[in-house]
Design a protein around this ligand. Sequence first.
Ligand SMILES: [Zn+2]
Length: 143
Amino acid sequence: MPHAEGRNDIFSALFKYFEKAPETVIYDFACQLAPYCMSREPLFFKDTCFAVDEMHAKGHVGCSQASFMSNYMQVRPEVININTSAAECSNSGLSRIKKSISYMDQKHAILYTYVYLCVWNRRQERKHQSRLEKELLRIPQDM
Ligand SMILES: [Zn+2]
């Protein structure tokens, strides 16, 4: 995308590509996205929780506390381990191939990005696997 995404881009992606709306949407402007989505497709988004990620919440001084992920993390155990900055990490990763992609046609750019993300995801999996194995080694064997 040549410019920063807007509410309609997020709304369209969710509405077009999800059969059922996600339970939780964590987004830097979720406080504005929620009313936008609810006014356009209230039935589709009726059970979705929209929350501003921890990193961007600091900038939302006039917004309701109800839109901050940090508050949901205190009362909903299923969201405690969510990395609310995953999108920022992903943006940072993709910025590394931005220049290369700018010289490619669409077909090659999509393929290159796909392979880059596969390698990146595999590295993350191996890192988590390695961390898990180290933790398992620390657990006494007689348990
Ligand atoms: Zn806000």
